[in-house]
Design a protein around this ligand. Structure first.
Ligand SMILES: [Zn+2]
Length: 284
């Protein structure tokens, strides 16, 4: 979406890119992001990125802005912008609970909230991060007990590094792909070290692909939609906590269950509407 000329995860002359997942990549004369997002994006694309630290005031176009951690992956950011008529918080992809390899998210009050709704219906109620880790360890142990190589599929950027870190904490060595290692090397520049990458590792970590039916005994697909619910997105209940924290007068929902989530929010008394990406904020 483009608001008062500022592209939010949308290409524009002046744009903000919330994080380094390819579906959020943007182009522009200048792209504001965190330093980690800039480095990670440069693995796959060019572009002039202006890196801004969390919590430091800066101007995006003519407007005062600040970035806040979104907790979705290393460097993922929300942007707070003071437009003339209203303040805006755009979450990008966001997580309430702290992940091991992402900065802890922080939320602030704003007049208008644009929030993602990837898992914006109540059936998405993910287990706690501790519970998910237990599930991961149980899978690895049962595969090893059966003499099988535990094989885990995860998104190459963000999720794979989170899995690596969890496996390291639980004492497992991991063999993985060059692409996942390339991303991990950038994480290391930002202080998140991985000591368990080993070409003879006991666990195999691979880039996500479409699950092959019938292989679920020794293969694990890590996604809010997969068979291990380790998600770097907020589930429905986390989204509700974020909304309560921001206390916005107006909410726009984007991505995933945008329509359904807006309807639920209206049921709770919020002024909420889905926003189709690429469309402005109407009268705002
Ligand atoms: Zn993402």
């Amino acid at each position: 979406m483009i608001i008062h000329g500022i592209g939010l995860d949308t290409s524009a002359k002046v744009a903000f890119q919330s994080h380094a997942h390819t579906d959020h990549f943007v182009n522009g004369d200048v792209i504001f992001s965190t330093r980690a997002t800039k480095f990670l994006s440069h693995l796959k694309k060019g572009g002039f990125y202006k890196a801004v630290p969390f919590g430091k005031g800066f101007y995006i176009g003519d407007y005062k802005a600040k970035l806040y951690p979104a907790g979705h992956m290393l460097g993922s950011a929300q942007i707070y912008v003071e437009f003339d008529e209203f303040s805006l918080l755009y979450t990008g992809d966001v997580k309430w609970f702290k992940l091991r390899t992402a900065e802890k998210s922080r939320f602030r009050r704003a007049d208008v909230l644009i929030i993602e709704a990837t898992f914006g219906v109540p059936m998405y109620n993910f287990p706690s991060p501790k519970g998910v880790e237990k599930g991961l360890v149980a899978f690895v142990e049962s595969s090893l007990d059966r003499g099988k190589t535990p094989t885990i599929y995860a998104n190459q950027i963000g999720k794979a590094q989170e899995i690596l870190k969890i496996l390291e904490v639980h004492g497992y060595s991991v063999r993985t792909s060059r692409n996942i290692i390339k991303v991990a090397k950038i994480y290391e520049k930002f202080g998140i070290k991985f000591k368990n990458i080993d070409k003879d590792g006991e666990v195999l970590l691979r880039e996500f692909r479409v699950p092959k039916v019938g292989n679920f005994l020794s293969e694990l697909y890590v996604s809010g939609f997969g068979n291990l619910k380790l998600s770097n997105h907020a589930d429905f209940w986390e989204l509700m906590k974020i909304v309560e924290k921001v206390r916005p007068e107006k909410i726009y929902t984007v991505y995933g269950y945008a329509k359904e989530f807006a309807k639920i929010l209206r049921g709770f008394g919020y002024d909420a509407d889905p926003l189709h990406t690429g469309v402005g904020l109407g009268k705002l």
